[in-house]
Design a binder for this molecule. Structure first.
Ligand code: HEC
Length: 186
Protein backbone atom coordinates (compact mmCIF):
# COMPACT_ATOMS: atom_id res chain seq x y z
CA UNK A 1 0.00 0.00 0.00
CA UNK A 2 1.42 3.48 -0.82
CA UNK A 3 2.37 5.43 2.28
CA UNK A 4 -0.36 8.05 1.84
CA UNK A 5 -3.06 5.42 1.67
CA UNK A 6 -1.71 3.50 4.69
CA UNK A 7 -1.78 6.70 6.72
CA UNK A 8 -5.32 7.43 5.57
CA UNK A 9 -6.42 3.91 6.56
CA UNK A 10 -4.81 4.26 9.99
CA UNK A 11 -6.50 7.65 10.49
CA UNK A 12 -9.85 6.10 9.54
CA UNK A 13 -9.44 3.35 12.17
CA UNK A 14 -8.45 5.94 14.83
CA UNK A 15 -11.51 8.03 13.95
CA UNK A 16 -13.68 4.94 14.46
CA UNK A 17 -12.22 4.40 17.91
CA UNK A 18 -12.68 8.06 18.85
CA UNK A 19 -16.33 7.92 17.81
CA UNK A 20 -16.82 4.92 20.07
CA UNK A 21 -17.28 2.44 17.19
CA UNK A 22 -15.38 -0.70 18.04
CA UNK A 23 -12.86 -1.39 15.28
CA UNK A 24 -13.32 -4.77 13.60
CA UNK A 25 -11.27 -7.05 15.85
CA UNK A 26 -8.50 -9.08 14.24
CA UNK A 27 -10.27 -12.36 15.03
CA UNK A 28 -13.75 -11.34 13.82
CA UNK A 29 -15.56 -12.91 10.83
CA UNK A 30 -14.12 -12.42 7.34
CA UNK A 31 -16.23 -12.68 4.18
CA UNK A 32 -15.54 -12.92 0.47
CA UNK A 33 -17.01 -10.17 -1.77
CA UNK A 34 -19.85 -12.67 -2.51
CA UNK A 35 -20.69 -12.84 1.20
CA UNK A 36 -19.26 -16.31 1.88
CA UNK A 37 -17.60 -16.78 5.27
CA UNK A 38 -13.86 -17.48 5.10
CA UNK A 39 -13.00 -20.52 7.25
CA UNK A 40 -11.53 -19.15 10.48
CA UNK A 41 -7.93 -19.92 11.45
CA UNK A 42 -8.99 -21.23 14.86
CA UNK A 43 -6.11 -23.51 15.87
CA UNK A 44 -4.73 -20.99 18.39
CA UNK A 45 -8.14 -19.82 19.69
CA UNK A 46 -9.57 -20.42 23.17
CA UNK A 47 -10.66 -24.02 23.74
CA UNK A 48 -14.00 -24.18 25.59
CA UNK A 49 -14.32 -27.94 25.90
CA UNK A 50 -15.06 -31.25 24.21
CA UNK A 51 -18.22 -33.31 24.02
CA UNK A 52 -17.76 -37.05 23.54
CA UNK A 53 -20.47 -38.95 21.72
CA UNK A 54 -23.08 -36.28 22.49
CA UNK A 55 -26.43 -36.79 20.77
CA UNK A 56 -29.14 -34.19 20.66
CA UNK A 57 -31.48 -35.72 18.16
CA UNK A 58 -32.97 -39.01 17.01
CA UNK A 59 -30.30 -39.48 14.31
CA UNK A 60 -27.89 -40.74 16.98
CA UNK A 61 -25.88 -43.94 16.89
CA UNK A 62 -22.64 -45.26 15.46
CA UNK A 63 -19.14 -44.61 16.75
CA UNK A 64 -18.80 -41.76 19.27
CA UNK A 65 -17.18 -38.55 18.07
CA UNK A 66 -15.53 -35.66 19.83
CA UNK A 67 -16.92 -32.13 19.42
CA UNK A 68 -14.20 -29.57 20.19
CA UNK A 69 -15.46 -26.04 20.69
CA UNK A 70 -13.23 -22.98 20.15
CA UNK A 71 -14.04 -19.28 20.40
CA UNK A 72 -12.22 -16.20 19.14
CA UNK A 73 -9.88 -14.86 21.87
CA UNK A 74 -11.21 -11.28 21.95
CA UNK A 75 -14.78 -12.59 22.44
CA UNK A 76 -13.62 -14.92 25.21
CA UNK A 77 -12.00 -12.05 27.09
CA UNK A 78 -15.12 -9.91 26.79
CA UNK A 79 -17.35 -12.79 27.92
CA UNK A 80 -15.31 -13.36 31.06
CA UNK A 81 -15.73 -9.66 31.92
CA UNK A 82 -19.41 -9.24 31.01
CA UNK A 83 -21.10 -12.65 30.56
CA UNK A 84 -22.11 -11.58 27.02
CA UNK A 85 -20.79 -12.42 23.56
CA UNK A 86 -19.78 -9.22 21.72
CA UNK A 87 -20.66 -8.48 18.11
CA UNK A 88 -18.05 -10.23 15.96
CA UNK A 89 -17.84 -13.38 18.14
CA UNK A 90 -16.85 -16.49 16.15
CA UNK A 91 -17.32 -20.06 17.42
CA UNK A 92 -15.94 -23.20 15.79
CA UNK A 93 -17.31 -26.69 16.44
CA UNK A 94 -14.69 -29.16 15.22
CA UNK A 95 -16.00 -32.72 15.04
CA UNK A 96 -13.28 -35.37 15.29
CA UNK A 97 -13.40 -39.12 14.87
CA UNK A 98 -12.67 -41.15 18.01
CA UNK A 99 -10.25 -44.09 17.93
CA UNK A 100 -9.48 -46.65 20.59
CA UNK A 101 -6.91 -49.02 19.07
CA UNK A 102 -3.42 -47.65 18.56
CA UNK A 103 0.06 -47.51 20.09
CA UNK A 104 0.02 -48.30 23.83
CA UNK A 105 -3.67 -47.47 24.38
CA UNK A 106 -5.57 -50.12 26.38
CA UNK A 107 -8.94 -48.45 26.93
CA UNK A 108 -10.88 -45.27 26.28
CA UNK A 109 -10.79 -43.12 23.16
CA UNK A 110 -8.45 -40.55 21.65
CA UNK A 111 -9.05 -38.02 18.88
CA UNK A 112 -8.32 -38.64 15.21
CA UNK A 113 -9.17 -36.91 11.91
CA UNK A 114 -11.59 -34.01 11.47
CA UNK A 115 -15.05 -35.15 10.33
CA UNK A 116 -16.76 -31.74 10.12
CA UNK A 117 -16.27 -28.05 10.91
CA UNK A 118 -19.27 -25.87 11.81
CA UNK A 119 -19.21 -22.19 12.66
CA UNK A 120 -21.52 -19.84 14.58
CA UNK A 121 -20.96 -16.10 14.05
CA UNK A 122 -22.47 -13.10 15.82
CA UNK A 123 -22.78 -10.34 13.23
CA UNK A 124 -25.73 -8.20 14.24
CA UNK A 125 -26.01 -6.18 11.03
CA UNK A 126 -25.62 -9.09 8.63
CA UNK A 127 -27.97 -11.72 10.07
CA UNK A 128 -31.69 -11.19 10.92
CA UNK A 129 -31.37 -13.08 14.23
CA UNK A 130 -27.92 -11.51 14.90
CA UNK A 131 -26.22 -14.93 14.55
CA UNK A 132 -25.42 -16.98 11.43
CA UNK A 133 -24.54 -20.68 11.10
CA UNK A 134 -22.14 -22.23 8.60
CA UNK A 135 -20.99 -25.76 7.78
CA UNK A 136 -17.70 -26.23 5.91
CA UNK A 137 -17.53 -29.27 3.63
CA UNK A 138 -14.20 -31.10 3.73
CA UNK A 139 -11.34 -28.95 2.42
CA UNK A 140 -13.68 -26.01 1.70
CA UNK A 141 -12.12 -22.60 2.34
CA UNK A 142 -15.44 -20.73 2.35
CA UNK A 143 -19.09 -21.47 3.19
CA UNK A 144 -22.46 -19.89 2.52
CA UNK A 145 -24.71 -18.99 5.46
CA UNK A 146 -27.29 -21.65 6.39
CA UNK A 147 -30.77 -20.12 5.79
CA UNK A 148 -32.69 -18.84 8.86
CA UNK A 149 -35.37 -21.59 8.82
CA UNK A 150 -32.84 -24.38 9.48
CA UNK A 151 -32.94 -26.36 12.73
CA UNK A 152 -29.55 -24.95 13.77
CA UNK A 153 -31.33 -21.68 14.62
CA UNK A 154 -34.36 -23.14 16.41
CA UNK A 155 -32.45 -25.61 18.60
CA UNK A 156 -29.79 -23.06 19.58
CA UNK A 157 -32.44 -20.39 20.31
CA UNK A 158 -34.58 -22.71 22.43
CA UNK A 159 -31.88 -24.58 24.33
CA UNK A 160 -28.69 -22.50 24.44
CA UNK A 161 -28.03 -21.18 27.96
CA UNK A 162 -26.60 -17.81 26.81
CA UNK A 163 -27.63 -15.93 23.66
CA UNK A 164 -28.15 -19.04 21.42
CA UNK A 165 -24.86 -20.64 22.52
CA UNK A 166 -24.47 -23.81 24.59
CA UNK A 167 -22.56 -22.29 27.49
CA UNK A 168 -24.09 -24.97 29.77
CA UNK A 169 -21.61 -27.40 28.17
CA UNK A 170 -18.55 -25.13 28.36
CA UNK A 171 -17.38 -25.30 31.99
CA UNK A 172 -14.65 -22.67 31.62
CA UNK A 173 -17.19 -19.93 30.80
CA UNK A 174 -20.43 -21.07 32.42
CA UNK A 175 -19.36 -19.66 35.79
CA UNK A 176 -18.78 -16.20 34.29
CA UNK A 177 -22.31 -16.23 32.84
CA UNK A 178 -23.81 -17.31 36.18
CA UNK A 179 -21.86 -14.62 38.05
CA UNK A 180 -22.99 -11.93 35.59
CA UNK A 181 -26.62 -13.11 35.56
CA UNK A 182 -26.80 -13.91 31.83
CA UNK A 183 -27.18 -17.68 32.25
CA UNK A 184 -30.56 -19.34 31.59
CA UNK A 185 -31.17 -22.88 32.92
CA UNK A 186 -32.10 -24.93 29.85
C1 HEC B 1 -31.07 -30.32 18.40
C2 HEC B 1 -30.17 -29.26 18.82
C3 HEC B 1 -29.09 -28.74 17.89
C4 HEC B 1 -29.16 -28.52 16.54
C5 HEC B 1 -30.32 -28.80 15.58
C6 HEC B 1 -27.89 -27.92 16.16
N1 HEC B 1 -27.08 -27.79 17.24
FE1 HEC B 1 -25.26 -26.89 17.28
N2 HEC B 1 -25.04 -27.39 19.23
C7 HEC B 1 -25.95 -28.11 19.98
C8 HEC B 1 -25.37 -28.42 21.27
C9 HEC B 1 -26.04 -29.21 22.38
C10 HEC B 1 -24.09 -27.86 21.25
C11 HEC B 1 -23.04 -27.89 22.38
C12 HEC B 1 -22.46 -29.20 22.64
C13 HEC B 1 -21.47 -29.76 21.70
O1 HEC B 1 -21.86 -30.35 20.68
O2 HEC B 1 -20.28 -29.66 21.99
C14 HEC B 1 -23.93 -27.18 19.98
C15 HEC B 1 -22.83 -26.42 19.65
C16 HEC B 1 -22.63 -25.83 18.42
C17 HEC B 1 -21.54 -24.95 18.08
C18 HEC B 1 -20.54 -24.38 19.07
C19 HEC B 1 -20.94 -22.97 19.50
C20 HEC B 1 -22.28 -22.79 20.22
O3 HEC B 1 -23.16 -22.13 19.63
O4 HEC B 1 -22.47 -23.27 21.35
C21 HEC B 1 -21.63 -24.68 16.75
C22 HEC B 1 -20.70 -23.84 15.92
C23 HEC B 1 -22.82 -25.38 16.26
N3 HEC B 1 -23.42 -26.05 17.30
C24 HEC B 1 -23.24 -25.36 14.95
C25 HEC B 1 -24.45 -25.92 14.52
C26 HEC B 1 -24.91 -25.90 13.13
C27 HEC B 1 -24.14 -25.30 11.96
C28 HEC B 1 -26.13 -26.51 13.11
C29 HEC B 1 -27.05 -26.76 11.94
C30 HEC B 1 -26.48 -27.40 10.78
C31 HEC B 1 -26.42 -26.92 14.48
N4 HEC B 1 -25.39 -26.54 15.31
C32 HEC B 1 -27.59 -27.55 14.87
C33 HEC B 1 -27.24 -28.42 19.61
C34 HEC B 1 -27.76 -28.30 18.32
Amino acid sequence: MPRGRAAAAAAFVCLGILRGQAPVPGDGPRYTPEGMLVKPEYREWVFLGSGLGMTYGPAAGGEPRFDNVFVSPSAYRRFVETGRWPDGTVFVLEVRLAESKGSINQGGHYQAGVAAVEVHVKDEKRFPSKWGFFAFPENAATARVIPPGANCYSCHEQHGAVDTTFVQFYPTVSKAAKDKGTYQER
